[in-house]
Design a binder for this molecule. Structure first.
Ligand SMILES: *Cc1c(COP(=O)(O)O)cnc(C)c1O
Length: 388
């Protein structure tokens, strides 16, 4: 019998917009449609809504509203942070430090800058996906103009020691950027305590709308514009504001950051039960990433003797949404750069399964998956002749 209920284990790919967030946005498509740059009453309402959202985003990360700039999402924020710092500091140097496990929004931006003559150090990570802060210190040269290290990895969930890394960058007077897209709502962040100069976030990863995000830019940071045009966002990010999106981003981040410990504890409880059940019920499976320093809703596994895509297909037929690595690299045949960087063999990297839990995950979904997964893995192993 076909399953009609969707069991969603892919919250790191995207999340549904929360109904309260949608409700907050709706008036800004219709009655409050004024262009914030215009000079009449309905424009004033739009300006106020944007100011409110800017305060909501700022409050969630310990910033001030003037330090928040709205963008079209995590990818744009990463591009702006990296290209903007690179271009504004070209006279000081041409060296960027990042890691081998960043999201492609960071890695491909760095590769583009290499084509423009910048040099980039891609720091390795250990078997659990952690960057050693001492390696950041050792990589710094007189020409280093930016350190960019993600807060938490989107594939294996490993959380980085960003506070220490930020402190090292600050000691050397080098701006520190972090892609915190996966961290918002899951980990408590404070840009001052965590020594962050630039931070990227994206609405659709924390129950807000897609196509809206923000870049935090610490006051006094010299950075070039990425998008040129009109004078919006105090002349730093042109284009008529995505008013409903901005309102949605503000509502979503306020909601997601209201009680992070409770949210994280619920997810970690479900995750630990799911992981224990998998480890007990399936032979030859390894957990990728850090055992404890990881996102509360992330499980990333490698199975001996199966193909990850085949497993996903079997699971999809039973109504289960999961992924192999990141949504962005699915469809390409290359094994995950993150799994390779933590020392996983190409074969085991292709035999991976990422389960990311969130608001849609209930106890019964965990039961359902636990009832199904051992049989699915066994079936694939039998078909490939690899297992007993
Ligand atoms: C999803 C994601 C992005 C990209 O954000 P978009 O808003 O989808 O452009 C960047 N970095 C990380 C770590 C992500 O998980």
């Amino acid at each position: 019998m076909p399953e009609d209920r969707i069991r969603y284990f892919d919250h790191s790919a995207t999340t549904p917009t929360h109904p309260d967030v949608v409700a907050a946005m709706l008036p800004y498509f219709t009655e409050h449609f004024g262009n914030p740059s215009s000079l009449y009453g309905i424009a004033e309402e739009s300006r106020e809504a944007i100011a409110r959202a800017r305060s909501q985003v700022a409050a969630a990360i310990g910033a001030t509203p003037e330090e928040i700039f709205f963008t079209a999402g995590g990818t744009e924020s990463d591009n702006w942070a990296i290209k903007g710092i690179a271009h504004a500091h070209r006279d000081r140097g041409d060296h960027i430090i990042t890691t081998a496990i960043e999201h492609h929004a960071v890695l491909h931006t760095c590769a583009f800058l290499e084509e423009q003559g910048f040099s980039v150090t891609y720091l390795p990570v250990d078997r659990e996906g952690r960057v050693d802060p001492a390696a950041v210190r050792d990589a710094i040269t007189d020409h280093t103009i930016l350190v960019t290290v993600m807060t938490a990895n989107n594939e294996v969930g490993t959380v980085q020691p960003i506070r220490e890394i930020g402190a090292i960058a600050r000691e050397h007077g080098i701006p520190f950027h972090t892609d915190a897209v996966q961290a918002i709502g899951n980990l408590e962040l404070d840009v001052d305590e965590d020594n962050i100069d630039l931070l990227s976030l994206s609405g659709h990863k924390f129950y807000g709308p897609k196509g809206i995000g923000a870049l935090y830019i610490k006051n006094g940071t010299k950075i070039a514009n990425l998008i040129h045009g009109g004078g919006q966002e105090r002349g730093r990010r042109a284009g008529t504001e995505n008013l409903p999106g901005v309102v949605g981003l503000g509502a979503a981040i306020e909601r997601a950051c209201t009680d992070i410990p409770a949210h994280a504890a619920r997810l970690a409880g479900l995750r630990d039960r799911l992981l224990a059940g998998i480890m007990e019920g399936i032979p030859d499976v390894t957990l990728n990433g850090h055992p404890t320093e990881r996102l509360p809703g992330n499980i990333n596994l490698s199975f001996g003797g199966i193909d990850g895509e085949a497993l996903l297909t079997l699971l999809a037929m039973k109504g289960i949404c999961a992924s192999t690595g990141s949504a962005c690299s699915s469809g390409s045949d290359a094994p995950s750069h993150v799994l390779l960087a933590i020392g996983t063999s190409p074969q085991r990297a292709r035999a991976s399964l990422r389960l990311t839990l969130g608001d849609l995950t209930a106890d019964e979904d965990v039961d359902y998956l636990l009832a199904l997964l051992p049989g699915a893995v066994e079936k694939l192993r039998r078909l490939s002749g690899a297992g007993a």
